[in-house]
Design a binder for this molecule. Structure first.
Ligand SMILES: *Cc1c(COP(=O)(O)O)cnc(C)c1O
Length: 363
């Protein structure tokens, strides 16, 4: 029973709309919709269902991929970090999963496996992020080994941008260096290629190659370097909602919440909202983090509790009452903005919605 007012509303048409936007940014590329981490916290099957128009899905683990297969999705499904263990390989091949290889040990697994099935392999190239991938110098040899193996490998080449969402001169220079490095490492090969995540797609669309891999954009969050009000074309997918469950006046000098963290500078009307870090609302959101109550922006005050937060509604106390609607993020208050206050990123907040929060689909 969903009596507790805390809910995450998932706007399904917005997902389809955002996929459209992704396609229009790179009209000549295929779209691999990234739906790892349970669809960035929105529910992987729910999200996949709306994104059937994508050319493939990107996930982080074989169990996410198998879940999609079980639900009947016949799309290409790419394991973005490849296999974590050699024993996953037969399962991946049987289920026609696309596999990233980023390291020698993964290459060895493929080379010593025997199969009559075609395996879609995505060779990950490290172009400067220094997280995953073969060095650009290793690529010709990796390709040669795959081509000379008795198995048939359908090869793709990919890399990942580290700073495409940042606007500083040094970040732009770094991204351009990565783009150039990818181009140099791959131009001799006529395989399908893929470089862009959401921010690459938005800021460097000219280098979109054959496949783009948008994630966060599909959930309605623009490149973090784009001002909140300029992200207009995308539609917010998740609205995190709760309600006011108590209202009180505190006198100047009185404290509110754990640790006596906030002290009233003047007589203040405080509303308690039924959401907290137990729901995935960030505990580090400081005093001043905006919350929409009955459509009005009001500041969070004091510490975030497990099940509750407190906000200052002094300016609007006449219209706010028990059960007034509170929006923690959604339309009118970007999750990105809340994330900035909490010194994190929208991705972490979206993925962090906990299982006790019911998800309600908006058709
Ligand atoms: C997660 C991921 C993406 C999607 O990134 P966004 O910033 O959410 O668009 C793309 N490519 C790879 C390899 C990823 O791991």
């Amino acid at each position: 029973m969903f009596y507790r007012p805390t809910k995450a509303y998932i706007n399904l048409p917005a997902l389809r709309h955002n996929l459209h936007i992704a396609k229009s940014l790179a009209p000549n590329s295929k779209v691999l919709a990234v739906i790892k981490a349970n669809g960035y916290g929105h529910g992987i099957c729910r999200v996949a269902q709306q994104l059937v128009g994508a050319d493939g899905f990107g996930v982080a683990s074989i169990d996410e991929a198998l879940l999609l297969r079980q639900k009947g999705f016949l799309h290409r499904i790419l394991l973005l970090e490849g296999l974590f263990s050699e024993i996953e390989l037969p399962l991946a091949v049987q289920n026609r999963l696309d596999i990233v290889i980023h390291s020698m040990h993964q290459l060895q697994w493929l080379l010593r496996y025997q199969t009559a099935s075609v395996i879609n392999v995505w060779i990950k190239i490290d172009t400067g992020m220094n997280r995953l991938g073969f060095s650009t110098e290793q690529i010709p040899s990796v390709i040669k080994q795959l081509e000379e193996n008795p198995n048939y490998f359908n090869i793709h080449l990919m890399s990942h941008l580290a700073s495409a969402d940042e606007e500083s001169k040094s970040a732009i220079a770094f991204t351009q260096k990565q783009i150039l490095s990818f181009q140099c490492a791959t131009e001799a090969f006529d395989f399908p290629k893929s470089l862009h995540n959401s921010s690459g797609l938005q800021s460097y669309a000219a280098s979109s190659y054959d496949w783009v891999r948008p994630g966060i954009l599909l959930y309605g969050i623009g490149s973090t370097s784009t001002p909140f009000d300029k992200q207009a074309k995308l539609k917010t997918v998740m609205r995190l909602e709760s309600a006011v469950i108590a209202i009180r006046w505190v006198e100047a000098g009185e404290f509110v919440g754990y640790g006596n963290d906030w002290r009233a500078p003047k007589r203040t009307c405080v509303a308690v909202i039924a959401i907290g870090y137990g729901d995935g609302y960030p505990r580090h959101a400081p005093t001043g983090t905006p919350v929409l109550v009955d459509g009005k922006r009001v500041p969070l005050i004091g510490r975030v509790s497990m099940d509750m937060i407190t906000v200052d509604i002094t300016e609007h106390y006449e219209r706010i009452h028990i059960d007034s609607l509170a929006t923690l993020w959604g339309e009118g208050l970007s999750v990105d903005e809340v994330a900035k206050f909490a010194k994190t990123i929208s991705y972490e907040l979206l993925c962090g919605i906990t299982s006790r929060v019911p998800m309600v689909e908006i058709q």
